[in-house]
Design a protein around this ligand. Structure first.
Ligand code: GLC
Length: 430
């Protein structure tokens, strides 16, 4: 089979963000940020208050950290030693869904079942000890409305989660009740934070001059330290829920995918950039090229990584991956085109994400010019997806010009766990 070249070029165009569009998106993001600071109803960014600022780096003590928000739920026992140092004493993790065995994220499961499952994991992390007191920091990676560091009410599920009975509830209450049902009354949840906030806390614990924290993984979102949040006396981290940024022009694949998603009309930026969705978009585009429009092949972002990594002349790996998912054996020329298409989708993702970072940097303008600063990022797409990092750097230069020299991105691996422990420690300082 040889792909229709005109159709191929058209699809690639759909996934291209040129320099002009990049600038417009960064400017629109900044505009939404400014509007959101006045009133979140005027913005597509939720701008959620976290009720926490940056750590001093001197937080100390042993804490439990619950990291909930992706495919795996993790509980860690962490000792903070101050001076930006820490040690993970124990780590337990389990997937929230095992095909054909259990599923705590589908709409058939309840809040009680899900939090009981999490409480069992907490029990494992403390080796069944129901006497020693622990404070628990909870990284809950969904849009939540907070009134203080403890109370976080889930506004709406994202990332295709659908467990019944959690939306609108205070998640730490659900956790507390589940812990109580299992006799774990020595563990006290004291703080709940978004994973972006956790990444920022973790990075800032180790390194000053970090004001932006981001997740670039299954989902995508960013937070930053707002010096004047709500005229508060102290700066506060705001979770932008930037995955919900709407001022973007979705292409026909974005539109078609959104229509069949769990929450149509929500999370436009996230659905265009994050790991949960990129494979689906690629599959939809490939289906058109294969004359099977509308078919979903189940490509993942890991397939996309492997396709880009195949630099061999015969593209055997690309051929194998595509045949495995679609049943079509492509010739080498078409495999090359498949690889180009995958690259386009990744590059678009990296450019859109960068435009959102720059929107924030422009808002914090004075800080960029005066000193070096870091954007802390965690997540499999940033860490492992070929082309992602280099295209972030390229787009930063394109947008910031010489000022790009003052900004770098740093990988904050495992920030969700460490950040939760830091938040638990900080809950005692307030
Ligand atoms: C989704 C969630 C957001 C989270 C992000 C990364 O966008 O709504 O809260 O930070 O995924 O996990």
């Amino acid at each position: 089979m040889a792909f229709d070249k005109e159709l191929f070029d058209d699809i690639c165009r759909e996934f291209t963000v040129d320099g002009e569009a990049l600038h417009t998106i960064a400017a629109d993001f900044r505009y939404d940020l400014k509007q959101g600071l006045k009133d979140p109803d005027l913005s597509s960014l939720r701008m959620l208050k976290s009720y926490v600022g940056l750590p001093t780096g001197e937080e100390k003590g042993e804490y439990l950290a619950l990291d909930f928000g992706g495919t795996n739920v993790r509980v860690l026992r962490i000792r903070l030693d101050g001076h930006g140092k820490f040690e993970v004493l124990k780590k337990v993790a389990k997937p929230l869904r095992v095909e054909g065995i259990y599923d705590y994220v589908g709409e058939g499961s309840t809040a009680e079942q899900m939090f009981d499952f999490i409480a069992e994991l907490v029990d494992e992390a403390i080796d069944g000890d129901h006497t020693k007191k622990y404070l628990l920091g909870h990284t809950f990676s969904f849009p939540s409305e907070q009134t203080n560091l403890y109370d976080a009410k889930l506004i709406i599920w994202t990332k295709e989660f659908a467990t019944a009975g959690v939306e609108g509830k205070v998640v730490n209450d659900l956790l507390k009740e589940a812990l109580h049902r299992q006799g774990i009354d020595n563990v006290e949840p004291t703080a709940v934070i978004n994973d972006t906030v956790a990444v920022l806390l973790a990075a800032a614990y180790k390194q000053p001059d970090t004001y932006i924290g981001s997740i670039y993984a299954t989902g995508h979102n960013t937070c930053y330290l707002e010096p004047f949040a709500d005229k508060a006396e102290r700066p506060m981290i705001l979770n932008l829920e930037s995955g919900g940024f709407m001022k973007l022009v979705p292409n026909r694949f974005d539109v078609a995918f959104d229509e069949h998603s769990e929450k149509p009309g929500e999370q436009r930026l996230e659905k265009m950039v994050s790991g949960r969705y990129m494979g689906e978009l690629f599959g939809m585009a490939l289906a058109e090229l294969l004359g099977e429009k509308g078919k979903a092949y189940g490509f993942t972002s890991i397939d996309m990584s492997n396709i880009v990594l195949d630099e061999s002349p015969d593209k055997a790996e690309v051929q194998k991956i595509v045949a495995g998912k679609t049943g079509h054996k492509l010739d080498t020329a078409d495999c090359e085109l498949v690889r180009d298409l995958v690259s386009k989708i990744i590059v678009r993702s990296a450019r859109l994400v960068t435009a959102s970072y720059v929107g924030i940097l422009w808002q914090l303008d004075g800080q960029i010019k005066s000193k070096q600063q870091h954007i802390a990022i965690d997540g499999s797409v940033y860490e492992k997806m070929p082309l992602a990092k280099e295209n972030i750097m390229r787009a930063l230069s394109e947008l910031l010009g010489e000022d790009a020299a003052h900004v770098d991105t740093v990988l904050e691996n495992g920030g969700s766990g460490l950040g939760a422990a830091i938040a638990a420690a900080m809950s005692q300082q307030q």
